[in-house]
Design a protein. Structure first.
Ligand code: HEC
Length: 281
């Protein structure tokens, strides 16, 4: 714990250093090639050290407790929640989503499925969850901790989002189209910033999400512990934030278009090993 505290203090110092470098998003973002910035290189080094003692574990533990001990008003529990591999099975489920769920007739990503189960079995109210779907400095919502637990139970496993059911294939196709769809005040698409190698905005390297070896970054570090602030952020949050980067209206929480984008990026990353939950600056 002492060691962890030391790490956290170092993390805070580093985060402050980053904050000092952070600048408002460029007006007409012009992603530039190439070269990893020195500060990014420093951060990567630092992250490697911190990953061995990732504070995400605290949220993982909270999520595990909710999964294993919470009961709904009628005595149901997450033991009834089917993440695609059978009721209550968590191991390996995260890397096999988004997938088709026959009980709801929908393709769902991990966060969507977890929220679905928490509403169905534990009595959480969807409208309450929608009031604060993402973490902030005050609060990391329960479903975020559960997603972190579920994700951690797939650590070290190969990403294997299925493409069998026609709806899984269709969802991937829609995601691919959304990725390339240009609109908004600057006529940006996801591909404007993530469609070629070596792009960056200021200090941030932008992965080319069309390539398997980089698409894995859409998956790898998520959910991620954000050092600046000390809370967990999920893939769903990342998507909302990138719609904002794109100057698009933010999508509704747990919308089909976000699931489709996640399906596209996950399938592109299929076959690679999941090493999350991660750490973000
Ligand atoms: C104006 C540029 C811009 C646009 C457009 C944009 N993004 Fe991003 N994206 C960013 C920035 C900046 C980051 C943060 C990179 C970092 O933290 O190092 C990011 C990060 C990401 C990440 C996480 C990468 C990682 O390493 O964890 C994913 C996934 C992602 N974007 C997907 C998308 C998708 C999908 C879209 C379209 C809906 C999109 N982005 C549109 C700028 C953009």
């Amino acid at each position: 714990m002492k060691q962890r505290l030391g790490m956290l203090i170092a993390a805070t110092a580093l985060a402050t250093a980053f904050a000092a470098h952070a600048q408002p998003a460029p007006k007409k973002a012009a992603p530039k090639a190439p070269a990893k910035s020195a500060i990014t290189a420093e951060f990567e080094k630092f992250r490697e050290v911190l990953e061995e003692d990732n504070p995400a574990e605290l949220f993982e533990a909270r999520g595990e407790e909710i999964w294993k001990t919470r009961k709904g008003p009628d005595g149901a529990s997450m033991a009834q929640c089917d993440l695609g591999l059978g009721p209550g099975v968590v191991k390996g489920a995260y890397v096999r989503m988004p997938r088709w769920f026959a009980d709801v007739g929908q393709v769902m990503d991990a966060e969507r499925r977890v929220v679905h189960c928490m509403v169905k079995y534990l009595g959480y109210k969807e409208e309450d969850i929608r009031k604060q779907p993402f973490s902030n400095e005050q609060r990391t919502p329960d479903h975020v901790s559960v997603v972190t637990y579920v994700a951690a139970q797939s650590r070290g496993m190969k990403i294997a989002a299925p493409q069998k059911h026609p709806k899984e294939i269709e969802t991937y196709q829609i995601g691919k189209e959304i990725f390339a769809y240009r609109a908004g005040p600057y006529d940006f698409s996801c591909a404007t910033c993530h469609g070629a190698d070596g792009m960056r905005i200021r200090t941030q390297d932008l992965p080319n999400l069309r390539k398997p070896d980089q698409a894995v970054r859409a998956y790898q570090g998520w959910p991620g512990y954000r050092m600046t602030g000390g809370f967990m952020l999920t893939q769903q949050w990342r998507m909302n934030d990138c719609f904002r980067q794109q100057r698009f209206p933010e999508p509704n929480y747990l919308s089909d278009s976000v699931t489709a984008l996640l399906a596209y990026m996950t399938v592109t990353a299929n076959g690679q090993v999941y090493k999350g939950p991660g750490i973000k600056r």
